[in-house]
Design a protein around this ligand. Structure first.
Ligand code: ZN
Length: 169
């Protein structure tokens, strides 16, 4: 079986920047599972996965265009300090996540500066603007279930985790 549209692919990965600085890895964790062909992973990596087989190992370097894009100045905003419940706890470099009002997807916000009465927050993806290098090992390829195709993402043995909070709420 080869990686193609509507297959669920499990892969081990190691991600660094173009200078070899470690960013993320699946080591010590479950392989990453995704549903191929729907833009669930960054465009450049998805393209490289096409046609791969179980056991294939490869490295691919991605420009920001093929990865998480370039930082957008529009996503950097200054907000009043009083928007934060515990302003004393704020620290430059801290990330927090808030659900997007429209999609409900988690959005990561970085505190990039703190003034006397205002806080600058940066909603750009932490990997925006970075040249990325992925080392990939294809662990498993299987047909997606009907439920996965309906949801547009991969499930693991425990089922759908992505919408768990909705089900509980
Ligand atoms: Zn689901």
């Amino acid at each position: 079986m080869q990686v193609s549209k509507n297959k669920v692919v499990l892969m081990d990965y190691r991600l660094t920047d173009s200078e070899g600085r470690f960013i993320d890895s699946s080591e010590g964790d479950q392989p990453l599972a995704y549903l191929h062909g729907l833009g669930n992973i960054v465009a450049g990596l998805e393209k490289a996965m096409e046609g791969k087989r179980v056991g294939d190992e490869f490295q691919i370097a991605l420009t920001p265009e093929e990865g998480y894009g370039h930082p957008s100045p529009e996503l950097i905003r200054t907000v009043p300090m009083e928007m934060f419940e515990e302003p004393d706890d704020l620290e430059v470099g801290t990330h927090f996540s808030i659900p997007d009002e429209e999609t409900g997807e988690e959005q990561f916000i970085l505190i990039s500066a703190i003034g006397p009465e205002s806080v600058t927050i940066d909603g750009n993806h932490p990997l925006a603007g970075i040249d990325l290098v992925f080392d990939i090992s294809v662990v498993e390829i299987r047909d997606a279930t009907e439920e996965e195709l309906e949801h547009g993402h991969a499930h693991d043995a425990g089922g759908c985790h992505h919408e768990q909070s909705d089900e509980e709420g």
